[in-house]
Write a protein that binds this ligand. Structure first.
Ligand SMILES: *Cc1c(COP(=O)(O)O)cnc(C)c1O
Length: 477
């Protein structure tokens, strides 16, 4: 079998898969025990014998797809990974076939050029000056910068490293001193705490920002929190905003936080892994008002920009901060050379790096700016309509009106006697039934059911059917 024939077989299977998933013809989730999957897929014999291809490949793809979680399914309301635009997945295929590890320009000029272009596309939406395309960009200082990373966690780490370098460049040689701190909302994504750990600041290096009942930063109380930290002898590496928060989908007040950080000369980092998508829709851009006055931001293209996993972006207002973080030596990589492009390698934790820009670009090129905005708007709209529907039911309650496509709600039961563990039991049963796949989160010390609207095939009728399923399950608990 040739590559072309094998690819055609896989493409035919995937085509059917996307159609079935979108129409909700199969279960959205079907978790079988791992050992059974390993056996069904005949993994051991396949690697022992080799030569998988043609008919055997076709069977393998069929069985593999039968054990996947279907992100395009209208009942998919779970975690924040969007069903990718089909053209984006062709980007992953091309990237896999060419394997251009583009962190140095000579290993992937097309991939590097596309990454450069996509980073500039985001910078333009933030309102930061684009990176120049010459290799001599280090001579210039007044432009933004950025890089694509394998995920938002790595992107947060990268941005926070840049922030620390900007505050105290001696850390690179001398290690982390004990007085550095990050000021973050307690509801920030756990990758921020993880980054603090990796950076040697530990959990003791985190100061929680003052928040309201729903975990949103209260700008009026920032001054006091900052004064307390300074009085304890702390130096603040960065103030972090959720835009939006993972659990509730609510945005911190970026504009006011930017004012505060400007006034105090503090680095302001905006975690827009999920909600940074608002940059791409005029209708919701206001959620990020003031973003231009931040110092850094991250954005996951694989969350709301319909790009296949993984593809995240780190953006900085002043490229020089990112340029200087990782000034390492490696004689086989870093030396004088003549080249017409740009090495991203000095900007990342990674060395070998996939051509992530291609899947991102092709996803956007399929949808177009208007198509992408329409997708984001539709998911935000449906969350709002779902809120209207659910809060009108006597046996349900919502945590708050949604600001994005994330909505937390609870089954209360007739007598409002539903407990936290009932919510988790409901979710478990829903998943076992396989018609709907939702997640769950803790907000304000309580356990909530959580939907994230992601599939373009989901409608309000699906949300209504979800409520019926929940009632049905609750009646049998
Ligand atoms: C998902 C998420 C992250 C982590 O991104 P990954 O791509 O999963 O590593 C960071 N911050 C927020 C707010 C998120 O929602």
């Amino acid at each position: 079998m040739t590559f072309k024939e094998d690819a055609a077989l896989a493409a035919a299977r995937l085509d059917q898969y996307l159609a079935d998933s979108g129409a909700g013809r199969e279960r959205v989730i079907d978790q079988k025990p791992m050992a059974g999957i390993i056996e069904t897929l005949n993994l051991e014999a396949c690697i022992r014998e080799g030569g998988l291809g043609g008919e055997t490949l076709d069977r393998f793809v069929r069985d593999y797809l039968a054990h996947t979680t279907r992100l395009h399914h209208p009942g998919f309301f779970a975690h924040q990974v969007a069903p990718p635009a089909p053209l984006g997945s062709i980007g992953s295929l091309i990237d896999g076939a060419t394997n251009n590890a583009m962190a140095i320009y000579e290993m992937g000029p097309a991939a590097a050029a596309i990454e450069h272009f996509m980073v500039n596309t985001i910078l333009a939406r933030i309102g930061w000056a684009p990176m120049p395309d010459q290799a001599d960009r280090r001579l210039k200082t007044d432009h933004g910068g950025g890089v694509l990373t394998h995920g938002g966690s790595l992107a947060n780490l990268t941005a926070l490293l840049a922030a620390r370098h900007a505050l105290d460049p001696r850390v690179r040689n001398q290690g982390n001193p004990g007085d550095l701190t990050l000021m973050v909302p307690a509801s920030s994504h756990y990758s921020v705490a993880k980054a603090a750990g990796i950076m040697g600041m530990g959990q003791a290096g985190l100061v929680h920002l003052p928040v309201d009942d729903l975990g949103r930063v209260v700008p009026d109380r920032l001054e006091q929190a900052w004064t307390e930290a300074v009085d304890k002898g702390k130096r603040v590496v960065a103030v972090v905003a959720n835009a939006c928060s993972t659990a509730t989908g609510l945005y911190d007040p970026v504009d006011e936080m930017a004012d505060f950080c400007r006034e105090k000369g503090l680095w302001f980092h905006v975690d827009g892994a999920h909600g940074g998508c608002a940059l791409f829709t005029p209708r919701h851009r206001d959620c990020l008002k003031g973003i231009g006055r931040a110092d850094s931001m991250i954005l996951d293209a694989h969350k709301m920009l319909r790009t296949p996993t993984v593809c995240a972006a780190v953006l900085v207002r002043e490229a020089r901060h990112l340029d200087m973080v990782f000034e390492e030596t490696a004689s086989y990589l870093f030396h004088e050379k003549v080249q017409p492009g740009f090495d991203f390698i000095q900007q990342t934790v990674e060395c070998t790096k996939a051509g992530l820009g291609l899947r991102f670009f092709l996803s956007m090129a399929e949808l177009g700016e208007k198509g992408l905005a329409a997708y984001i708007d539709a998911t935000f709209d449906l969350a709002l309509e779902a809120h209207g529907l659910i809060s009108g039911q006597p046996d349900f309650t919502c945590a708050c009106p949604p600001q994005s496509n994330i909505l937390c709600f609870r089954f209360r039961g007739r007598d409002s006697n539903s407990r936290d563990k009932d919510q988790l039991a409901i979710r478990d049963r829903l998943i076992q039934e396989g018609k709907f796949y939702i997640s769950s989160a803790e907000v304000g010390g309580k356990r909530w059911l959580r939907i994230v609207v992601l599939s373009p095939h989901s409608t309000l009728a699906h949300v209504e059917a979800l409520l019926d399923s929940i009632r049905d399950i609750a009646g049998r608990l």
